[in-house]
Design a protein around this ligand. Structure first.
Ligand SMILES: NC(=O)c1ccc[n+]([C@@H]2O[C@H](COP(=O)([O-])OP(=O)(O)OC[C@H]3O[C@@H](n4cnc5c(N)ncnc54)[C@H](O)[C@@H]3O)[C@@H](O)[C@H]2O)c1
Length: 257
């Protein structure tokens, strides 16, 4: 029960990594608030029972974020920990991307983290401490094709992470967690776009040195570690949890390379 007495806000907590993270914090004694625009979060909060609430919120809109943080404060106190997890993917190159698509990805993946931090930090300061975990991606370091807005947003999150850590330390720590491929609705939806989803799934597994994709629970475990009492020396950094994705030297024909 290492998070007893703490309030945790998880954006995009209705599904995937956010849902696993919400469950894990709750299991460790935290009060949890799921901020999501997907009403599936109601079911999750109900299934957890006491110490769990769902707030319908589009985290890319400041008025909604501000109202949600006030509600969290008055119902649960805090927050002490904010997990900026909500995210979307779009498959486009720069020349294919419309201005609307670019803005949408930036708003949901990047602006939301700025807005939630902006409205959480003063409340953390009142409590004397806080931790913000930004869910970036291994694609902040290596990139697949046709995901220009996503890669840009996830890379920019590392800058936001550094700025928050520098500006609000030592009371507030901020860490970016960068997963490789993880089995979530986002991944399942993405591979359904292919004519051969099974082959794409296999390809995803083969890309990782561990020859499988990650689970939301594995990412949640890292989030709890960096946010918890044993993670006090993590701040400002990006931590990869990626099964070795992308560290092989590519292009060589020689097996031993
Ligand atoms: N799944 C992966 O392979 C993978 C890899 C690296 C990074 N990530 C990142 O991890 C995070 C979670 O991904 P996931 O795979 O669990 O995704 P998911 O699609 O399964 O879940 C994302 C959640 O975010 C919510 N959301 C989206 N836009 C929102 C908005 N404007 N306001 C509030 N909620 C919103 C959705 O409703 C959903 O509940 C994302 O930031 C994603 O980019 C995922």
């Amino acid at each position: 029960m290492q998070f007893e007495g703490k309030t945790v806000v998880v954006t995009g907590g209705a599904k995937g990594i956010g849902s696993a993270c919400t469950r894990a914090f709750h299991k460790e004694g935290a009060s949890v608030a799921v901020l999501d625009r997907d009403a599936g979060g109601i079911e999750l909060a109900d299934s957890l029972g006491a110490r769990a609430i769902f707030i319908h919120c589009d985290v890319s809109r400041e008025a909604e974020v501000s109202a949600a943080m006030s509600e969290v404060s008055s119902l649960l106190g805090g927050p002490d920990i904010l997990v900026n997890n909500a995210g979307i993917q779009r498959y486009t190159t720069v020349t294919e991307t419309t201005e609307e698509e670019w803005d949408l990805v930036m708003n949901v993946n990047l602006k939301s983290a700025f807005l939630c931090a902006k409205h959480a930090i003063p409340r953390m300061q009142e409590r004397g401490a806080g931790v913000i975990v930004n869910i970036s991606s291994v694609q902040a370091f290596i990139s697949q094709k046709t995901v220009a807005p996503y890669v840009t947003s996830k890379t920019a999150l590392l800058g936001l992470t550094r700025s928050i850590a520098v500006d609000y330390g030592p009371q507030i720590r901020c860490v970016a967690v960068c997963p490789g491929t993880v089995d979530t609705p986002m991944l399942r939806d993405a591979i359904q776009l292919s004519p051969d989803p099974e082959a794409v799934y296999q390809e995803c597994m083969d890309m990782h040195l561990v020859k499988r994709i990650g689970t939301p629970e594995e990412v949640a475990a890292l989030i709890l570690l960096v946010a918890g009492p044993q993670g006090g020396f993590f701040t400002g950094q990006a931590i990869r949890i990626d099964g070795g994705l992308g560290i092989t030297i590519a292009g060589s024909k020689r097996e031993e390379f």
